[in-house]
Design a protein around this ligand. Structure first.
Ligand SMILES: *Cc1c(COP(=O)(O)O)cnc(C)c1O
Length: 399
């Protein structure tokens, strides 16, 4: 199919109307999808870091960043690591995920979630999403597990593959909290560990509690496009002191403390966040409230602009949740999905960076043969969702 779009054609059409609505909010210039802003103590802390010579894996900013994150999220323990994928890898290992296990993961997620499962030698088992939260569809999952699994010695076994379903990794899509209470009860009823991929949801709360603090562990990402950035970085959140100690140990090459000897008591990982990145993180975290306010204000402005555009709605935080609105998202009405590619093309031609949702996991070569349930909602969502410019800097609204 060939899409012909003529920008001189002023006739109302959905792609045209979307361009106008975005322009009315972000101005007539270019707009990236999510650009970081550095308007606090970044230079100061990084200079301090350089002056101290502690730029690498030891230094006061790593400890401070972990403490600040614990204060903000309410998690008892935080272990900072090199990126969100490494955080997921370690969290899954500590949840007991082993070779030949299966791990439930939404088909609609960024590939890092499924990759981390593979790093453990386990297989992603793809589950469907809900069209309100955009996260795992709880009751559909429960029915599926009832029909397709059996309990053996306190473990959940996939009846068709005979493999243990060890864990599930719900993800808070674009910052919107998933139905975590519902999933915790599935996790409890079926003996499946729950690790939250909260990479996108720093600043998002479910019934007043920070995302990433519900499961046995949660993980964050501080990649350049996330709500706050350390350049590259991630963190593991947990309330369990044993898990926290294990996480710190295996992310720091499993080195046993000693004044001079190099003793490592297992095969660990070099996943520790460098002090230099943590310094950036401390400065960014000081500005989190301002960024969140700006993102919420941006959402409100888009909501006003799109209220008069037929055929599309803005994704809104689920009931009783407070979302960070990491990425602002348009949802096309089902009868408008044939416009998706034209909308992407026209907006990007105008320098308005928009993106479709990630290609679903089972539609990617490495995960094409993963076990999966019916994924019809995720498949429809992938045709309906478009992320639009979401940088906090698009709103002049810093506290
Ligand atoms: C960003 C992200 C991650 C982790 O990404 P890193 O780039 O490794 O920090 C994991 N899961 C999801 C859903 C993400 O969006």
């Amino acid at each position: 199919m060939c899409i012909i779009y003529n920008p001189m054609n002023k006739q109302a059409s959905l792609p045209n109307n979307i361009v106008s609505a975005i322009h009315s909010v972000v101005g007539s210039g270019r707009a990236g999808l999510h650009e970081p802003t550095f308007s606090g103590n970044e230079w100061l802390y990084i200079k301090e870091c350089l002056d101290s010579t502690f730029v690498s894996s030891v230094g006061k900013f790593v400890d401070r960043f972990e403490d600040d994150l614990a204060d903000y999220t309410g998690a008892k323990y935080v272990v900072a690591v090199v990126n969100g994928t490494a955080a997921l890898h370690v969290a899954l290992l500590l949840a007991g995920v082993k070779a030949n296990d299966e791990v439930l993961v939404p088909a609609l997620t960024f590939i890092a979630t499924a990759n981390a499962i593979s790093y453990c030698g386990a297989q992603p088992h793809l589950v469907d999403s809900d069209d309100v939260t955009l996260g795992i569809a709880t009751s559909k999952l429960r029915c599926y597990l009832q029909a397709h699994t059996q309990q053996h010695g306190g473990q959940c076994v996939n009846s068709s593959t005979g493999k243990v379903i060890r864990a599930m990794v719900p993800m808070h899509t674009f910052g919107h909290p998933v139905d975590i209470d519902g999933l915790l009860s599935v996790s409890y009823d079926f003996n499946i560990m729950l690790v939250e991929d909260a990479a996108e949801s720093l600043g998002s709360f479910y019934h007043g509690q920070h995302t990433g603090t519900f499961g046995s562990m949660g993980t964050l990402s501080f990649n350049g496009n996330k709500t706050i950035t350390t350049g590259g970085g991630g963190a593991i959140l947990t309330n369990d002191v044993t898990i926290a100690r294990r996480a710190k140990h295996i992310t720091t090459t499993a080195k046993v403390p000693h004044a001079w000897e190099f003793i490592h008591d297992e095969i660990g990982y070099n996943y520790r966040l460098p002090n230099l990145n943590a310094a950036l993180g401390c400065a960014q975290l000081e500005q989190l409230q301002g960024k969140l306010s700006a993102k919420r204000e941006l959402f409100k402005r888009y909501q006003t602009a799109f209220s008069s555009v037929d055929g599309v709605t803005l994704v809104t935080e689920p009931a009783q949740c407070h979302s960070n609105y990491w990425l602002q998202t348009l949802m096309l009405n089902v009868d408008q999905i044939h416009h998706r590619d034209a909308i992407l093309e026209v907006t990007n031609n105008f320098g308005l960076m928009t993106r479709p949702v990630w290609r679903l996991m089972h539609q990617l070569t490495p995960f094409a043969n993963c076990p999966r349930m019916d994924l019809s909602t995720a498949e429809l969502l992938s045709k309906r969702l478009i992320n639009i410019p979401s940088s906090p800097g698009l709103v002049d609204f810093f506290e």
